[in-house]
Design a protein around this ligand. Structure first.
Ligand code: NAD
Length: 483
């Protein structure tokens, strides 16, 4: 019997009646642990305590808040090998990607530790004589954080760190596929010198505890990263209570490879962007839009790059592509491969379930050829290690194809032309644009987010996060005359 990991409720580790098994997708005989499922009563209990804790935290000195955030970040960075291995074990990404994610998560905390001291307001003279105006930001209050399984530590950290930095209490509902990473981060936060109940962990399913959280009238703001469908549910529930919300959702990112592309840049960008993280990245390149004059050369080299990916156990040396995170996701991916063939794509390589030494959710990376932008495989987010090449005859057609999608998170262009790169940066209808770089891979000190169905609300990360986690107060001060 493996250990049961508990929720963190009202500042205490709390038992529950229900728990789920956390299974390693690289080896389904490996049960990482059992994770308690929070109840609606526990959510209520923790919210009651969080309200008081938030007031205390808001009144805590800036330097103390900064120290807390630094300590969390530094511990995560120092333990990135250990916690990255745990993340890779439960999510399936190769160890190096897991370690990198935990390290990056630590950087979010140290970045926002510095931002704690940069909370500077504005002042103005009133239009009335003798009156001054003071404009400052205050915390939102109780922030609900709902995170996905694909970047379980990074997405959560880029929400939790600014939420705490700007003086809020946090109630975190992580994805049920990746509770171990959530528990580990919570354990670090639980040891900090913070008001009891300031930070809560409520593990459980989206339909139950997630739904309770988004419908709770005392939650002041919800930051969500996940699918478009669940994002809509959150938008509706938030509208009902006038809860502030921000959504980072799915995508259908395209990489445009122009006729003058340097293939030594294009191939690693396309292959890494398509298959990194087993294709389970919101920023993955799932459409490769390639100019006809370079198409055949590109395809030949892309095929070699795709075949070269070593699929294996996330923790095995040399693994470049881990398993798919869950059986449900694997089955959905395989269904998309069937659909691709039905829609007329040639599956030039991959797209099949693999049987390896350990019983896991393995799939070979898939390169689809002969696609067009109307096919469902080029319109719906697959979240699979699969990408489709779409041939175009000109830059204009390429740009139009990139933009012909319901989503708008990232887009990339590979070209040696400054003019085309500049035009593309200005006309791609996405929140992030990459020039001669993969569509995946962003920094932590600058804003991140998308357009259309990929995002809603203010930007995450960097200084821009302040907009979501704070609210503005305008004060008018009449001081009278000293004479
Ligand atoms: P998901 O929408 O299924 O789940 C996300 C989270 O929402 C989970 O914690 C889940 O339990 C919870 N949830 C589900 N139903 C809920 C409900 N009714 N009420 C409240 N919470 C609920 O997404 P996922 O499968 O975990 O993650 C994959 C998706 O996330 C993909 O679409 C991907 O593109 C997206 N994603 C987006 C970004 C981004 O920044 N744009 C980053 C990473 C992942």
């Amino acid at each position: 019997m493996s250990e049961i990991y508990r929720n963190f409720i009202a500042g205490e580790w709390a038992t529950s009646n229900n728990a789920i098994d956390n299974i390693n997708p690289s080896d389904i005989s490996d049960v990482i642990g059992q994770y308690a499922q929070a109840s609606a009563a526990q959510l209520q209990e923790t919210i009651e305590v969080a309200k008081q804790a938030q007031k205390e935290w808001q009144a805590t000195s800036l330097e103390k808040r900064q120290t807390v955030l630094n300590k969390i970040g530094e511990e995560m960075m120092a333990r990135s090998a250990e916690l990255g291995e745990l993340l890779a074990r439960e999510e399936g990404k190769p160890r190096a990607e897991g370690v990198g994610e935990v390290y990056r998560a630590g950087q979010f905390f140290t970045y926002y530790a510095a931002e704690v001291l940069r909370q500077i307001g504005e002042n103005a003279d009133s239009v009335r004589d003798g009156v001054e105006v003071d404009i400052r930001r205050e915390p939102m209050g109780l922030v609900g954080v709902i995170s996905p399984w694909n970047f379980p530590t990074a997405t959560a950290s880029w929400k939790i760190a600014p939420a705490l930095a700007y003086g809020n209490a946090v109630i975190w509902k992580p994805a049920n596929l990746t509770p171990a990473s959530a528990w580990a981060l919570t354990e670090i936060i639980s040891r900090q010198d913070i008001p009891k109940g300031l930070f809560s962990l409520v593990m459980g399913s989206g339909a139950e505890i997630g739904q309770n959280l988004i419908e709770h009238p005392e939650i002041n703001a919800i930051s969500f990263t996940g699918s478009y469908q669940v994002g809509k549910t959150i938008a509706r529930a938030s509208a009902e209570n006038f809860t502030k919300f921000q959504l980072e959702l799915g995508s259908k990112n395209a990489l445009l490879v122009m006729d003058d592309a340097d293939l030594d840049i294009a191939i690693p960008a396309a292959a890494g962007g398509a298959f990194g993280g087993t294709g389970q990245k919101c920023t993955a390149s799932s459409r490769l839009i390639v100019h006809e004059s370079i198409h055949d050369q590109f395809v030949e080299r892309m095929l070699d790059a795709t075949k070269a990916f070593k699929v294996g156990h996330a923790l095995a040396d040399g693994t470049q592509l881990g398993p798919v995170a869950s059986e449900a996701q694997l089955n959905a991916n395989l269904d998309y491969m069937k659909l691709a063939a039905e829609e007329g794509c040639e599956i030039a390589y991959g797209g099949e379930r693999l049987s390896l030494e350990h019983d896991g959710f393995y799939m070979s990376p898939a390169l689809l050829l002969g696609g067009n932008n109307q096919m469902r495989v080029n319109r719906e987010e697959m979240f699979a290690p699969a990408t489709c090449v779409i041939k175009v005859g000109s830059y204009e057609e390429g740009l139009a194809t990139v933009n012909d999608t319901d989503y708008g998170l990232t887009a990339g262009i590979i070209t040696q032309s400054l003019a085309k790169a500049t035009h593309f940066r200005r006309h791609a209808e996405t929140g992030c644009v990459m020039v001669n770089l993969p569509t995946a891979g962003t920094d932590y000190h600058v804003p991140f987010g998308g357009r259309k169905n990929s995002s809603y609300g203010s930007r995450e990360q960097g200084k821009y996060a302040e907009e979501f986690y704070t609210q503005v107060k305008t004060s008018y001060i009449f001081s009278g005359s000293p004479f």
